[in-house]
Design a protein around this ligand. Structure first.
Ligand code: GDP
Length: 684
């Protein structure tokens, strides 16, 4: 039986995909997505149902002549021609009226104190605490709670909740979300996939196919993003390399990508970074369109790729799933047009909008210091209009637009939503993921920039702690987390599976283990970024940590745990959940002293008259006694004195009397080493 695709029919009937799907469901026809197929008979029924009522119902009383009840008949209530100011209705029909918050919008930062939250959602602090305690959450007025918890509380009272940027930028621009101002906009797309599967080649081919680009003579500029005019619509491609950039932005609270193109080589199939890309996109809640590349190769096996991807919940629509797959050859320019069309189609479902009439706001995609030009950043403008001379703040920097360049390197004077532009005129170098916000004048920009620098200084104190195994119990007890997000890296897939199976044996009513990514190979920076963005811990089994990742984990305070025995993983997790995990310690050597003379002191024993050669000795130091490089004894200090006075600390270059608890067998020329045990978060 002939079949019709939903999106084709929607086009034909001049309906949005969403509307058509709703109508189909109204008829009892279950369709999964716009790319599902329906039988022609159903299509005819829909067409009929859209025809003027009198034409389809009942035996007809005579009518004045009417055009044939076919195709282009449009549903009555819809007045707009088609797409543009689309989501007007979508926005307006949102459930605005719920409980006490009455659907009001409240914007909350990354973390907020109970008192601040209470003020924002209009109840007294004590009421909020009472409510929290009733739910078993022991918090105090000044305690910081994470966004997720605050969101839940505000939502319960009927507020619509949005997350504020790092500095609460959104306070600056309330009217962005004025539904009546929103217009449709181009999708922002990121291409991800395993190395060598053809991401770069695909971008190049897409760029080469672009009409305007060709006319402009094809000057290749790397600005981190570029626009493609397909003839059917605009698409903005972010060409920040790697998955890390994608997640780095998310870690800074910026979500710019609307959809991800997952490139999988048909001759190679699903590889570790393919899985990583899927997990990153999923964690960000971004839809995926799969491009099976290299189908020109003789050994290409697209079906195998589809089969492999079913294991990651990406089911091709012809197999009953909802994921759009396009088989392409980036090299031979095969099906690239179709891929672009599918991107636009998927984007249409997302009903992307922007407000072009406000002060511009956007996100930094790339920033660098250019020798000749100073600080330069590519900013994706998401709302509003930006012109030369506009003042702005971005992260804790500020400035005034001195010059703007398009992705083709052309000077431009003004730009609008869903465009990426290179901007000059910053007072410092902003960071990838920083929010860019135009403000009314330079003074405002400067004031806000300075205030933010202060906030930054404060931030470390205010940050809610990241989840760590050591602190897990406390976080569970104060209900700060309900799920323990885990990233698992193993030597081979089999051990990964065994570990995951083992997790199922952990029974905790309070916290659920949620594997957000599992892969094979060393713990990489990309894993750490994902952990930071998703508040996860990383568990490594028989793997190392890349040196870059070690640094990053320290900076981002991500708990990375390495194991050699599977059993120990569960053991630690269970202990952590029960608050019984012993902290791990790192030894820090603080100094050395050389024994110069021995004194026998009645009742106390032997005191070593010593000279501190380096570092310092502290009353609380742990010590070890070494002779000819061998350790004779390890223990505690009994006494630390200078001129018979008991002292707290003795620094290098000074003499002192040292008594070692439980060891009297000291000799001249022995070396006493002083050390401390410092608690460390992860077991790197
Ligand atoms: P990336 O690491 O994902 O960016 O991969 P590249 O775009 O650099 O491509 C890796 C290699 O695969 C290059 O040698 C490309 O020329 C080649 N390649 C990319 N797409 C295709 C394709 O469709 N067919 C064939 N045969 N080779 C391709």
């Amino acid at each position: 039986m002939p079949k019709v695709r939903v999106y084709q029919l929607a086009k034909e009937l001049n309906l949005s995909n969403k509307e058509l799907i709703e109508r189909l469901r109204g008829l009892g026809v279950e369709v999964k997505s716009h790319s599902s197929s329906i039988e022609e008979e159903i299509a005819t029924r829909i067409k009929d149902s859209l025809a003027p009522k009198s034409e389809v119902s009942k035996p007809q009383p005579k009518q004045p002549a009417q055009p044939a009840p076919l195709k282009k008949a449009k549903p009555k209530p819809k007045t707009e021609p088609k797409p543009k100011p689309k989501s007007k209705q979508a926005e307006a029909s949102e459930p605005e009226e719920t409980e006490t918050g009455k659907g009001k919008l409240v914007k909350l930062p990354d973390s907020i104190s109970v008192a601040e939250l209470a003020a924002k959602i209009n109840i007294s602090g004590s009421e909020l605490i009472k409510g929290l305690i009733a739910e078993g959450q022991m918090v105090t007025l000044n305690q910081l709670i994470p966004y997720e918890l605050a969101e839940e509380l505000a939502a319960k009272l009927g507020y619509r909740v949005e997350k504020l940027g790092l500095y609460g930028e959104d306070d600056l621009e309330e009217e962005v979300y004025d539904a009546s101002q929103l217009l449709g906009r181009a999708p922002i797309v990121t291409i991800m996939g395993h190395v060598d599967h053809g991401k770069t080649k695909l971008l190049d081919t897409i760029r080469d196919s672009d009409l305007i680009y060709k006319e402009a003579g094809g000057i290749t500029q790397h600005t981190g993003a570029y626009h493609v005019e397909t003839g059917k619509g605009h698409i903005v491609f972010l060409d920040t390399p790697g998955h890390e950039a994608f997640t780095a932005m998310r870690a800074r609270g910026a979500q710019v990508t609307d959809l991800v193109i997952l490139v999988v080589a048909a001759d190679d199939g699903v590889m570790p970074q393919t899985v990583e890309a899927i997990d990153h996109a999923k964690a960000a809640g971004v839809p995926i369109v799969v491009a099976i590349n290299k189908i020109d190769k003789p050994e290409a096996n697209p079906d195998k790729v589809k089969q492999q991807l079913t294991e990651h919940d990406l089911l091709a629509e012809e197999w009953g799933g909802e994921t759009i797959f396009v088989e392409i050859s980036a090299k031979n320019n095969t099906n690239i047009g179709e891929l672009l069309e599918m991107i636009l189609l998927q984007a249409e479902m997302l009903e992307l909008t922007a407000n072009p009439n406000v002060l511009a706001r956007g996100t930094v995609i790339e920033a660098k210091l250019d020798k000749g030009r100073g600080a330069v950043a590519t900013v994706l403008i998401q709302h509003g209009k930006l012109s030369i001379g506009d003042a702005f703040v971005v992260g804790n920097c500020y400035g005034k637009v001195r010059a703007m360049f398009s992705d083709r390197g052309q000077r431009i004077k003004v730009t609008g939503p869903a465009t990426a532009v290179e901007i000059l005129g910053f007072n410092g170098i902003p960071q990838t993921g920083d929010t860019f916000q135009a403000v009314k004048d330079e003074k405002t920009a400067r004031d806000i920039g300075r205030r933010r620098q202060e906030i930054d200084r404060d931030r470390n104190r205010r940050r809610t702690p990241r989840v760590t195994l050591e602190d897990l119990f406390n976080q569970i007890e104060s209900n700060l987390i309900k799920e323990l997000n885990v990233i698992l890296k193993t030597d081979v897939r089999g051990s990964g599976e065994a570990i995951i199976n083992n997790f199922a044996k952990i029974k905790s009513a309070k916290v659920k283990i949620n594997i957000i990514h599992s892969g094979v190979g060393a713990v990489s920076s990309s894993d750490v970024m994902l952990a930071a963005a998703s508040n996860a811990i990383i568990i490594g089994f028989h793997v190392d940590v890349d040196s870059e990742a070690v640094e990053l984990a320290k900076r981002e305070e991500v708990d990375v745990r390495l194991y050699d025995v599977i059993y120990n993983i569960n053991d630690d997790l269970v202990k952590a959940m029960e608050g019984l995990l012993e902290p791990t310690y790192e030894e820090v050597i603080t100094g050395h002293a050389e024994v110069r003379q021995l004194f026998k002191v009645p009742k106390i024993g032997v005191i070593a008259g010593s000279y501190v050669t380096d570092g310092y000795f502290n009353r609380n130091s742990l010590v070890r006694v070494k002779r000819n490089g061998k350790v004779l004894f390890e223990g505690k200090l009994l006494s630390l004195r200078r001129f018979k006075e008991s002292v707290k600390e003795v620094k290098a270059g000074l003499e002192c009397g040292i008594g070692v608890n439980g060891f009297t067998d000291l000799e001249e020329a022995d070396i006493i080493e002083s050390y401390l045990l410092k608690e460390v978060a992860g077991q790197l």
